[in-house]
Design a protein around this ligand. Structure first.
Ligand code: URA
Length: 280
């Protein structure tokens, strides 16, 4: 219950950070939220909440990772194997769903970093294959690249849990919690170390917070479109493609595109006049 309410609060905070300032709520939705809140307060009075929360949020310390000596492909394959078999990751994945590891070429100059798998990603076991992922693939094509010529990873390796219905189907997504990101971050760091890209691109406020630290900024506008540094690499922060799915204006598309033009330049890619003019 508390996790579900926290998930809603986190998602609202994320939308606010991304610039969404109104949210339509039905009367029935409000009634359910109030009822959930009242039930939680009643549980707290009964003195069981602290124990329940401790169990729900407990994650062990982030993993220490030992990789075999060898070239990129040997180390990447070993890391992938470790992540896919990590008992903590597996414990949080529902039956039939997959832990998700990064994809792309190990020679990538550009590495995109998202937040966490969603519904389609946990089925296919690949990052960014749902609607936001299809848009990311188009953005990459706009940069003159094929998806297979970059590397795409997430801060987190499993789909953050939300309540399921009676048939075990999970609806909705929530951003990863600080603890969840902290647990998975070493896996992302090792991918960065192995791939050794020229440029990192964080997609959205949650990914940016996962890299820069929770509380490093209040609104994405403070940090996007500028160069930062993470793990010794230049880091560009831009909007998550799902922001563009919600805001289809040319202005929004141009903002994200300007960030990607900077990424292209930093990665030494040629930029045509046509590309410079997209969404103007
Ligand atoms: N959003 C993300 O941040 N990552 C994915 O893999 C899919 C959607």
């Amino acid at each position: 219950m508390r996790n579900a309410l926290n998930a809603i609060a986190d998602e609202l905070r994320r939308l606010k950070t991304a610039g969404v300032d109104t949210m339509p709520v039905t009367d029935e939705g409000l009634r359910r939220l109030r009822a959930a809140h009242e039930r939680l307060q009643a549980t707290a009075v009964a003195g069981t909440t602290a124990a329940a929360v401790a169990t729900e949020s407990a994650l062990p310390a982030p993993p220490t990772i030992e990789l075999p000596a060898g070239d990129k492909s040997v180390r990447w394959a070993a890391l992938r194997d470790i992540v896919l078999n990590d008992p903590v990751c597996r414990e949080h994945v529902r039956p039939g769903k997959k832990v998700v590891f990064g994809v792309g070429t190990l020679e990538a100059d550009i590495m995109f970093v998202g937040e966490a798998p969603g519904a389609e990603e946990e089925v296919q076991g690949e990052p960014f294959v749902g609607p936001a992922g299809q848009l990311l693939t188009k953005m990459i094509a706009g940069m003159g690249l094929d998806r297979s010529k970059v590397y795409i990873g997430n801060i987190m390796n499993w789909r953050p849990e939300m309540p399921v219905n009676a048939s075990g189907v999970q609806f909705g997504n929530r951003p990863p919690s600080a603890d969840e990101m902290k647990y998975c971050l070493p896996y992302l760091l090792r991918q960065i170390e192995i791939i050794n890209p020229q440029v990192l691109v964080a997609l959205g406020a949650t990914a940016a917070q996962g890299l820069l630290g929770i509380g490093a900024f209040k609104a994405l506008g403070e940090v996007r479109g500028r160069w930062h540094e993470f793990a010794g690499k230049p880091l560009m922060i831009t909007y998550h493609p799902s922001y563009i799915l919600r805001n289809q204006s040319n202005r929004s598309k141009r903002l994200i595109w300007e960030d990607l033009l900077k990424v292209m330049e930093r990665a030494g890619l040629a930029v045509s006049d046509k590309q410079r003019g997209y969404f103007l």
